[in-house]
Design a protein around this ligand. Structure first.
Ligand code: ACO
Length: 409
């Protein structure tokens, strides 16, 4: 009697979206006491993207998702489960995943957010793999999307230079063909809980004028402790995933690590005893996009021809929590499908529904207003979806804007 082959989770679709506004190190030199040389030598970051006023985590996620679904060659309604990893949801509730479900035109999927900071996409990917291999779902959409530039203190040079906005997505599909996702390794070390955190806005410290005056609505980070955790954990997490797949690091043609800092990626390569050309990097162009970083990097790696059918790749991330996660994948999809999806899905055609009885507030941080008002910059209305909404206030240079409460240093 022949045995039924096991169900495997294959990556069948991938997509990315980044906003068009570019914030360079030279721009940051005008805001805080920093310089291009320091940022490039300590982090590898040259520029990052900033979402426009009418963009949200959900809108960026929806564009990346539709590209991933198109690359997978399925219709949005074939998705059974949507997992959206983010630390910058549009709202505390509903989930951003629910908004994305509607925006992509899906009527049947269960949708929920995943909170594991920068490791969120890998955590979501591993969860999708479990749903598929257990037979619970046929197609799962996993998204990493972040709008971090609205949660940064632009007087704190140790954090505001690091982060950027964007979204990436993957479709995982059930198949009995060989290949697909293999060994999973996930870790959580709560002793690092307050090393990267956003103090106010939650139940422990609800938002108030006091929390805003103290700047507790911004991301805080102990850079050195985080750096130590990342360099200690990233290589060991990747190695565990590779070994659980019955492989050794040298069998992996490309590692796709979380893009936080080029020095951390360099340490991973050294830890695995591999040359840097086995590490995919794009941190120079986008900075740290948290949960979006791995899926953006994966989509770019595939679209740039760095991944071929049959290759084994490992996605690996670390983040607040402290969390870390890795999954090793044998690639089976035609890489050419990604570039086609990128051109076929245009961001301006994708809309996230807004509440009807609510006026949007200009969400652009005062420190970024000048950037958004640059000649040639595209600044569509805040919300062009709800009829009867008042026109948003025009973008003003920082000096002409009403002062915001200064953040505590
Ligand atoms: N420009 C110029 N100087 C700076 C800047 C800046 N932007 N930021 C800090 N400095 C100064 C410091 O004040 C310090 O000066 P001092 O010696 O006079 O006190 C000096 O530079 C050295 O600062 P360090 O913090 O020691 O710099 P370090 O080499 O550790 O680099 C960095 C800092 C880049 C933040 C690094 O620690 C790092 O990458 N940490 C990991 C961060 C990370 O990956 N976070 C993402 C987590 S993922 C998530 O879940 C959100």
């Amino acid at each position: 009697m022949s045995e039924t082959p096991p169900i495997r989770a294959h990556v069948t679709g991938w997509g990315r979206y980044v906003p068009s506004h570019v914030l360079t190190n030279t721009d940051l030199e005008k805001m805080v006491d920093t310089n291009d040389e320091w940022i490039v030598s300590r982090t590898g970051i040259r520029e990052r993207r900033v979402a426009a006023a009418n963009e949200t985590t959900a809108s960026m996620a929806a564009v990346a998702s539709l590209r991933a679904i198109r690359a997978a060659g399925i219709s949005p309604d074939e998705i059974d489960l949507i997992l959206l990893a983010t630390l910058t949801p549009d709202y505390w509730m509903p989930s951003t995943a629910a908004l994305v479900k509607e925006a992509i035109g899906n009527t049947r999927a269960a949708a929920m957010d995943v909170a594991a900071a920068c490791s969120g996409f890998v955590y979501g990917f591993a969860t999708a793999q479990a749903w598929i291999t257990s037979g619970l779902a046929k197609h799962v959409l996993v998204i990493g999307a972040e709008l971090l530039t609205r949660f940064l203190d632009y007087t704190d040079r140790s954090t505001c230079i690091l982060f950027g906005d964007g979204a990436g997505a993957a479709v995982l599909s059930a198949s009995t063909e060989p290949g697909g996702a293999m060994g999973i390794e996930l870790t959580t070390e709560p002793q690092g809980a307050y090393m990267i955190w956003l103090p106010a806005g939650g139940a422990k410290s609800p938002p108030s004028s006091e929390t805003i005056a103290r700047g507790e609505h911004y991301i805080r980070m102990e850079g050195k402790e985080t750096y130590r955790f990342a360099t200690r954990t990233l290589a060991s997490t990747a190695l565990e995933s590779v070994r659980k797949s019955g492989l050794e690091p040298d069998d992996i043609s490309l590692f796709i690590p979380h893009q936080a800092n080029i020095r951390i990626i360099d340490a991973v390569a050294k830890g695995l005893n591999l040359p840097m050309d086995r590490m995919f990097t794009n941190v120079d162009r986008y900075g740290n996009t948290s949960a979006a970083s791995v899926p953006i990097a994966m989509a770019e790696a595939v679209n740039e021809g760095r991944v071929k059918v049959g290759d084994r790749i490992t996605i690996v991330a670390f983040g607040a929590g402290f969390t870390s996660g890795a999954v090793t994948i044998q690639w089976t999809a035609d890489p050419a499908r990604g570039a086609d999806a990128d051109t076929a899905i245009r961001a301006e055609d994708v809309h996230v529904r807004l509440p009807v009885d609510w006026d949007s507030v200009d969400p652009i941080p005062q420190a970024l207003a000048e950037l958004m008002a640059r000649p040639g910059a595209v600044n569509p209305p805040l919300d062009d979806v709800v009829p009867g909404e008042p026109e948003p206030a025009p973008f003003l240079p920082a000096a002409d804007r009403p002062a915001l409460t200064p953040a505590a240093s």
